[in-house]
Design a binder for this molecule. Structure first.
Ligand code: HEC
Length: 158
């Protein structure tokens, strides 16, 4: 029983890997149209989101630098910059245009950084922080895989 389920797990694992490989391959062979869900935003709203995104990237850069130095106080500081406190000034009009799943994913990323900051302070374990960062980066990846922004021309708003 035990070995049978192990074999099953192996087979499933291989199938999953093959599916991912096939997917990656098809992307490579034929660059298709962008099928990600569209967020139809104004130019200003788009700029606002992209600015937050670049802050994410800058923060992750600083965070990895601090981790490489094993400076856990700096890890906590940099992580907290990306935490929930970063979210408070999203205009209501923009909030309403964002699907709930999108907002939730964004929020969990901010919450993750707060948790990373707390653990960095209390545990001071760079490897643990790195694992948390890796898990959070997977959320960046999965949101980017699912959504794109299409800026709407101003005239369309009338
Ligand atoms: C809830 C969804 C979501 C999450 C989570 C998310 N992003 Fe993004 N990000 C987007 C979208 C949507 C775009 C625009 C993509 C497009 O239109 O092709 C974007 C664009 C970007 C860009 C390009 C910015 C520019 O100026 O063009 C960067 C860099 C980026 N994200 C970094 C990150 C990092 C780092 C994380 C994680 C710490 C992250 N993002 C998490 C949705 C997300």
């Amino acid at each position: 029983m035990k070995s049978a389920s192990l074999v099953l797990a192996l087979v499933l694992g291989i199938e999953a890997t093959a599916a991912v490989a096939a997917d990656a391959h098809s992307h490579h062979a034929a660059p298709t149209e962008d099928r990600r869900a569209v967020l139809a935003l104004s130019e200003t709203e788009r700029a606002m989101i992209l600015e937050e995104m670049r802050l994410f990237l800058v923060g992750v850069e600083k965070l990895t630098g601090a981790l490489a130095r094993e400076d856990m106080a700096a890890v906590a500081t940099e992580a907290r910059e990306l935490g929930v406190k970063m979210t408070h000034d999203v205009p209501p009009a923009l909030r309403e245009k964002l699907p709930q799943a999108f907002r939730q994913l964004g929020f969990t990323v901010h919450r993750d950084f707060d948790a990373l900051a707390l653990d960095a302070e209390s545990m001071k374990d760079p490897r643990h922080s790195l694992q948390q960062l890796s898990a959070t980066l997977q959320k960046c990846v999965s949101c980017h895989a699912g959504y794109q922004i299409r800026p709407q021309p101003l005239a369309a708003a009338h």
